[in-house]
Design a protein around this ligand. Structure first.
Ligand SMILES: [Zn+2]
Length: 72
């Protein structure tokens, strides 16, 4: 019995709601979001059920942070 295998990962980007499952095109560069569901909800993620962030959203999140930083 492997306990870890019973945990189901929701293969959806929690920022844009796109599928990051195998064959979706976003599978390769997907990033696991280590925040749990409650934390993601508290952060205001629009698709907080997703256990992943796709590379597109990861880039735009980084872009946002850089903009906010350099806007000052
Ligand atoms: Zn996304």
């Amino acid at each position: 019995m492997n306990k870890e295998n019973t945990e189901t990962m929701i293969e959806v980007c929690n920022e844009c709601g796109k599928s990051v499952a195998l064959g979706s095109g976003l599978f390769v560069n997907r990033i696991v979001d280590f925040n749990d569901l409650e934390e993601r909800k508290a952060m205001g993620k629009p698709f907080y059920i997703g256990d992943y962030i796709c590379c597109e959203c990861d880039l735009s999140l980084q872009g946002k942070n850089i903009n906010e930083y350099s806007n000052d």
